[in-house]
Design a protein around this ligand. Structure first.
Ligand code: ADP
Length: 634
């Protein structure tokens, strides 16, 4: 029989498991039982539509067998089983995301020079099948797949490889036979894993919620035949017992589950070392009946922005897992929520695809959306710090989805959004902004740029700040699109501070100043040519000499964005050069225009390039501009 090699990555993981000094080796049982339960889920689901399976929900079980003489612990399931190819593919390579992440974490800490620690973190990851090598020196897997004739046996003593051969097995399903190691010299005692009581305790501790019975022969002392009560003699009788309570955590009333238990459940199931940021346990009765347990992670899932991320809730019905990631149960904008929905009301005699169109399912989804939204609104109101933490992780998702379909979800999502307030110096909602607007303020002002610090210095904001008006700082690329798509919030239109018209009282009158320097303005326009659309006396500028405004429509931030995404078809914002006619620099330009026109032209160039820089626009010819500046001293 040919010995096959493990894939390199698996081999490393395996080595780690074999030589593990991890103290909670017992987690291996949880992993093996969870695989058995998954395999049963698959066949149980199939049994709904395929009468050939010939089993009903109650027939499925996991059986644990201990053989003290042979030192084996066997976990058997009557689930879907594996064929020859699956045996090699599933057990010869790292199949599981938990193991992969464990490996990555390991490499990270190795790079950081912390070679001894990684072993401490094994338990935080669903390290899967290989973890059994922490307690077993040989593992045999005998398995027969549903619908196939032949059974197969996989055997391995660890890192040097495994063999696969045919074997005799009558029933469909899988037996994992673990040959438990001899007790070592160190504190590690392995023999406990072939004692009924230890196994009973471990099942209770880690696998109590498994929804299929986990049965094992348990010893019961009984009076020996012939012995009397006065002179009792006992013998051990073995009877099958179901070790787990089988009641999943989401089926239990909230009052019967502690916060710690909910958190532990999340961490184990979703392979996250951190507590969730919050969870919701829902028990809906009445029109639609369902139970749900929902979690919002405390950080972005690692693969959130990749194709590997699978959104959706796990759907159960009457104790049968129907869909692993049911996307229909969550709106796009809450796709970071993970959890479980269990409803007895679903029509199981239809295919998964049809079920996804089910009216009942749509009702549950709408209800869940409401629950999540209510919880977020509650948090926003009563626990601002938590909401901000949540918003840092998932706010962008909500924002981007609010823009989808031309803002179709504006009404639902707008009150969950937050933006940085120049006045308050923290994040505020649009509703908070509008509430605090001075009476004469007509617009919701915003300024776009890369950082709050940069925006703080933006000349265009001076006049607004002087009037004690708040400005929302847009530092995320999507922010401006929100303003553009929403147009208004509670009847107050958005307006960029670089818009030519800020709609301030008395602004129009000052436009007359333009006439005061018609020749100077003409000179500037002539010098700068097509690079600008207009020169205008500014009503915004106080201490600064120039700025660019866009006059509504496309803003500079949008121009930059479009240039980045479609360089061949750039959209250009209008460029209005606003000058502060009371500034010394303007007066200097005006003087130079008359006395030294060549120098005057240079000043125009400086005005324009300064204004571009402030707007965050690239300077067309940086070295030419530097030469020009230097030439002023020559
Ligand atoms: P995971 O279960 O997280 O995918 P494991 O390393 O524990 O990773 O298992 C690898 C794969 O082996 C499983 O995904 C499954 O396809 C298969 N497998 C393991 N145990 C069983 C079992 N008892 N019955 C059927 N398939 C199994």
């Amino acid at each position: 029989m040919e010995k096959k090699e493990f894939q390199t990555e698996s081999k490393r993981l395996l080595d780690l498991m074999i030589n593990s000094i991890y103290t909670h080796k017992e987690i291996f049982l949880r992993e093996i039982i969870s695989n058995a339960s998954d395999a049963i889920d698959k066949l149980c689901y199939l049994s709904l539509t395929d009468p050939g399976v010939g089993m009903v929900r109650e027939d499925f079980k996991i059986v644990i067998t201990i053989d003290k003489e042979k030192r084996t612990l066997t976990v058997s399931d009557n689930g879907i089983g594996m064929n020859e190819e699956e045996l090699s593919n599933n057990l010869g390579v790292i199949a599981n995301s938990g193991s992969l992440r464990f490996k990555q974490e390991l490499e990270k800490s190795e790079k950081a020079g912390e070679s001894a620690q990684p072993i401490d973190i094994i338990g935080q990851f669903g390290v899967g099948f290989y973890s059994a090598f922490m307690v077993a020196d040989k593992i045999i897997v005998e398995t027969k797949k549903y619908g196939e004739e032949k059974a197969y046996r996989w055997e391995s003593e660890g890192a040097d490889g495994y063999t696969v051969s045919g074997c005799a097995k009558e029933n469909v399903g899988t037996d994992i036979i673990m040959h438990i190691r001899e007790d070592g010299e160190e504190a590690d005692e392995f023999s406990k894993y072939i004692r009924e009581y230890t196994i009973y305790k471990l099942v209770k501790k880690y696998s109590d919620y498994v929804r299929y019975p986990i049965k094992m022969l348990m010893p019961h002392p009984e009076l020996k035949e012939g012995s009397t009560k006065e002179n009792p003699e006992y013998e051990e009788k073995f009877e099958y017992e179901t070790l787990n309570s089988m009641e999943p955590i989401w089926q239990k009333p909230k009052s019967k589950v502690t916060e710690e238990e909910y958190k532990a459940f999340y961490k184990e199931r979703y392979e996250d070392p951190d507590d969730p940021q919050f969870y919701l346990s829902v028990n809906a009765e009445g029109n639609i009946e369902y139970k749900a347990l929902l979690f919002v992670p405390a950080h972005m899932p690692r693969n959130y922005d990749t194709e590997d991320f699978k959104p959706g809730l796990t759907l159960y019905s009457s104790g049968i897992k129907i869909i692993d990631h049911c996307e229909q149960l969550l709106p796009d904008y809450f796709n970071f929520v993970c959890g479980i929905v269990d409803s007895p009301d679903l029509n199981l005699n239809i295919s998964r695809e049809m079920l996804q169109q089910d009216r009942q399912l749509a009702l549950i989804a709408a209800n869940i959306e409401k629950k999540i939204k209510n919880e977020l609104e509650r948090m926003l109101k009563n626990d601002r710090d938590s909401y901000e933490k949540f918003y840092k992780n998932f706010g962008r998702r909500i924002k981007v989805c609010a823009l989808d379909d031309y803002g179709a979800k504006k009404e639902v999502l707008q009150d969950l959004l937050m933006f940085w307030s120049s006045k308050e110096d923290h994040f505020i909602t649009l509703s908070e902004y509008v509430e605090k607007m001075p009476e004469e303020q007509k617009f919701i002002y915003y300024a776009s740029g890369n950082t709050n610090e940069g925006l703080d210095k933006l000349p265009q904001t001076e006049v607004l700040k002087e009037k004690n008006m708040d400005i929302l700082y847009f530092t995320d690329k999507a922010d401006e699109f929100v303003a553009d798509m929403f147009r208004k919030y509670k009847d107050k239109p958005f307006r960029s501070v670089i818009d030519g018209d800020l709609g301030l009282e008395g602004e129009e009158n000052k436009d007359n100043e333009k006439d005061t320097f018609p020749e100077t303005f003409a000179f500037i326009k002539e010098t700068l040519g097509d690079r600008i659309d207009e020169v205008k006396a500014s009503t915004k500028l106080k201490s600064h000499p120039v700025c660019l405004t866009s006059g509504g429509g496309i803003t500079f931030e949008m121009e930059k964005y479009f240039k980045a995404v479609s360089p061949n078809m750039p959209m250009k914002a209008k460029r209005i050069l606003e000058v502060n006619t009371r500034h010394k620099a303007f007066l200097a330009l005006d003087m130079a225009r008359i006395l030294e026109p060549e120098k005057g032209k240079k000043y125009c160039e400086i005005f324009y390039n300064q204004a571009c820089m402030i707007a965050g626009l690239p300077v067309d010819d940086p070295s030419g501009y530097t030469d020009l500046l230097v030439s002023l001293w020559q």
